[in-house]
Design a protein around this ligand. Structure first.
Ligand SMILES: Nc1nc2c(ncn2[C@@H]2O[C@H](COP(=O)(O)OP(=O)(O)OP(=O)(O)O)[C@@H](O)[C@H]2O)c(=O)[nH]1
Ligand SMILES: [Mg+2]
Length: 197
């Protein structure tokens, strides 16, 4: 998709704040600092509409972005950020669980995983949670630019094995630096949103 218009609609913490439309939604989930906001910016050709930061834990709310008046991206706060208190973590868990299990407009979750490392317990749990609720998943392995191409296959296999990745889901090797995987990601998102012709 060539994106001409993209804007933030709302930073929400509760369902009553979610946009009241029937547009399809794609949520971005992943560890803090994995590259969720960068992924959105890459797909919509903007430098910093979704705020990125080298400090983890930047995104704290469910941020809804309206894309081309036909789709919402929902930037979800990252998990696994050590400096967050137990109470805050529980609050996060509740907010994201409510969104993922109750939002009818949700068409798929882009589950971002740092391609350089073994998936964390949180990554595995998130994938299994999405499978349990039968939510389609696009696994996006981020920061591919930091791994030599010759090792991509090995890292892909390692991640798939740890997740018990299911064949019906999509796996995309991605980099917001080189834009590797951008077209593939759009294809998967458009198909799952019912936007492809
Ligand atoms: N080399 C490289 N760096 C990346 C890539 N994607 C993101 N980064 C960097 O990783 C850091 C975190 O990126 P963000 O997009 O802010 O990560 P996030 O997942 O939104 O983080 P939170 O909002 O804290 O959950 C930033 O310094 C980015 O520039 C990538 O594909 N390659
Ligand atoms: Mg972010």
């Amino acid at each position: 998709m060539k994106v001409h218009s993209a804007e933030i609609v709302i930073s929400a913490v509760a369902p009553k704040q979610y946009p009241d439309t029937n547009l399809p939604e794609i949520a971005l989930a992943g560890r803090s600092n994995v590259g969720k906001s960068s992924f959105i910016n890459t797909l919509i050709d903007r430098k910093n509409l979704a705020r990125t930061s080298s400090k983890p834990g930047k995104t704290q709310t469910l941020n809804f972005y309206l894309i081309e008046n036909c789709l919402h991206f929902v930037d979800v706060p990252g998990y696994g950020y050590a400096k967050v208190s137990k109470t805050e973590r529980a609050k996060w868990g509740k907010m994201i669980e409510t969104y993922l299990t109750q939002r009818e407009q949700l068409r798929a979750v882009v589950s971002l995983i740092d391609m350089r490392h073994e998936p964390t317990q949180d990554d595995i749990q998130m994938y299994q949670f999405l499978k349990y609720y039968e939510i389609p998943v696009i696994v996006v392995a981020t920061k591919a630019d930091k791994i030599p191409r010759g090792k991509w296959n090995k890292h892909e296999s390692m991640i798939k094995k740890a997740l018990e990745f299911e064949k019906e889901d999509t796996f995309i090797v991605f980099s917001s630096v080189t834009k590797q995987g951008k077209e593939e990601a759009w294809q998967a998102i458009e198909a799952l949103s019912g936007l492809s012709e």
